[in-house]
Design a protein around this ligand. Structure first.
Ligand code: G1P
Ligand code: ZN
Length: 544
């Protein structure tokens, strides 16, 4: 047992964990004591039982290994009995969630800034997940924030860096560190959930796909599962080697950053399915040949067809979606006779519902879909469920989408992001909106008439906790909607997100251009919120 070393420190400003943990520039994290303060604050708040197990892993981005080595020493000094760390410091976020659950760990540190770029001048992040495998709830993150404001020391042991690249056990300050295969447990879980035989048969029969791992964490997972276990041709997985800077790209699976994939899928000779995942493997992009599927639609379509997957047969208890996610899933829930829950943005709000068995599948408009198999959204899981459905139903993505809309109607949908705007302008826009909410119902914006306008507040049906101020909803008669909220994950200035939705029933135009269909909502959003005036921008930076 090595000596515990107490290192004096002082609080830093603004170590508030946001929607997805603490996320800052690498340069910020490189300051002496910065990461240590946050990790120690977590340990102080969760005060592990002596001998508790901690999982550590990340998406392989720049600075990952440095923080992992420090976190291991700190875990030893803080009384953990064992650390499980992914080989190479790698664990995708859903894989980390699975490892926490499978090995009954008390929690885990996930090192990632998700879909944000990586490298010495880019982003880094730390998030703490609890024993159910999911992100810490607000009670914990709030306590961590309070602790960061008063922290005056952190604990470590004197020990050398371990060899992260060789699987096996080593000892650090009396604590066992197991370097584990980051892929095997996760791949086994996927094989339990889905009909791999049906997918393999479909692949034999000619089903093709491309999976773009975006030089991020899912490369090794996708190669093992898609190529080795399911028999897709070598080369199906592209950009499959995790790089510290993601090859200089944004590992964000949307139509801008995964444009190559989109172009491939819209062109001659496209494979049947195109898919991608983000930096840490929790997001997904689904494109069929000639047909992009919005994440909101994907949730609805997966829920409607979930019976195709063996582990979900007869098990759908409910569906949950984040508030800004389109209401497409609500219609499926209604048709299937199960409840649909509307939660605030961020995966952590699904945890209680999943733990209580109230929902089986959940999703967000921001390319996050998942189920009760872990407590994180899961990019590859969504891809595999799509493959399972396509294989069993012997249908194309486009045909499935058309069939779905013909039954449920179509929620045309887009999100407009105004990034890096002045915080004062962003706050003024939101405050102004809030002050005018009462005046909106009954008002007409073109053909759109406001039915309800409110600031979204959520009462957790399981523990009764209330999360207020979760965004402004303006609901129009007929099921269309605009939503305004400020991002909780940005690292520079403020980001305004405007979510636009036009519901068109089964008898309406189901084959129109999304941009055309949303023109009335876009105009209404400007008239209601004064976006140009408050942001100084005449157009969004990113449309997804
Ligand atoms: C964004 C997404 C949200 C997601 C989060 C973490 O948060 O909008 O759905 O859960 O990233 O991936 P935001 O920046 O909007 O707070
Ligand atoms: Zn992510």
């Amino acid at each position: 047992m090595s000596q515990i070393v107490t290192v004096p420190t002082q609080p830093f400003e603004g170590q508030a964990p946001g929607t997805s943990g603490l996320r800052k520039k690498v340069k910020v994290f490189q300051q002496p004591n910065y990461a240590e303060n946050f990790i120690q604050s977590v340990f102080d708040v969760v005060s592990p039982e002596p001998g508790a197990v901690l999982v550590i892993g990340g998406d392989g981005r720049f600075h990952n290994r440095t923080v992992i080595q420090q976190a291991i020493r700190m875990a030893a000094a803080n009384g953990y009995g064992k650390v499980l760390v992914g080989q190479g410091g790698i664990l995708s976020t859903p894989a980390a969630s699975n490892v926490i659950r499978k090995y009954k760990a008390s929690g885990g540190l996930i090192l990632s800034a998700s879909h944000n770029p990586g490298g010495p001048d880019e982003d880094f992040g730390i998030k703490y997940n609890i024993a159910n495998g999911g992100p810490a709830p607000e009670g914990v993150t709030g306590a961590v924030l309070d602790r960061t404001k008063e922290i005056d020391r952190w604990l470590t042991v004197e020990a050398d860096d371990i060899d992260l690249d060789t699987p096996g056990d080593v000892t650090v300050g009396g604590m066992t560190v197991s370097v584990i295969d980051p892929v095997a447990d996760y791949a086994d879980l996927m094989e339990e959930l889905f009909d791999f035989d049906a997918i393999r048969a479909a692949v034999q029969g000619g089903l093709t796909m491309r999976f773009d791992a975006m030089s991020a964490v899912t490369g090794p997972y996708a190669t093992e599962i898609l190529e080795n276990r399911l028999g897709f041709a070598k080369g199906t997985v592209v950009n499959g080697t995790p790089l510290e800077d993601f090859g200089g790209h944004h590992p964000d699976p949307n139509l801008i950053h995964a444009k190559d994939l989109y172009d491939l899928m819209m062109g001659e000779g496209a494979p049947d399915l195109g898919a991608a995942s983000d930096g840490d493997g929790d997001r997904n992009l689904i494109i069929g040949r000639g047909r992009f599927i919005t994440p909101s639609d994907s949730l609805a379509m997966l829920a409607a067809n979930i019976e195709c997957a063996p582990a979900y047969k007869g098990r759908l208890t409910g569906i949950a979606r984040s508030m800004p996610t389109s209401a497409a899933a609500d219609r499926v829930a209604e048709a299937l006779g199960v409840p649909c829950f509307e939660t605030p943005t961020g995966w952590k709000f699904f945890g209680n519902l999943l733990d209580a068995g109230k929902v089986t599948i959940c999703g967000e408009e921001s390319a996050g879909t998942g189920s009760d198999h872990v407590r994180e959204k899961d990019g590859l899981w969504a891809v595999l469920l799509w493959l399972n459905i396509l294989a069993v139903r012997k249908i194309s993505v486009d045909a499935l989408a058309r069939e779905h809309w013909a039954r449920f109607g179509r929620n045309y949908y887009a999100r407009h992001d105004y990034e890096g705007i002045e915080k004062t302008g962003a706050d003024a826009l939101m405050d102004g909106l809030k002050a005018r909410l009462d005046t909106l119902p009954g008002k007409a914006f073109g053909a759109l008439v406001v039915a309800v306008a409110d600031s979204f507040s959520y009462t957790d049906p399981v523990d009764g906790s209330v999360s207020a101020n979760q965004g402004i909803r303006v609901l129009f008669e007929g099921g269309s909607r605009v939503v305004f909220r400020l991002s909780g994950t940005g690292t520079q200035g403020a980001t305004l997100r405007v979510y636009l939705e036009n519901y068109t029933g089964p008898d309406g135009d189901l084959d129109a251009e999304t941009g055309d269909m949303l023109a009335p909502q876009i105009a209404a959003a400007e008239a209601i919120a004064g976006i140009v005036q408050h942001t100084g921008r005449t157009a969004p930076d990113v449309i997804t």
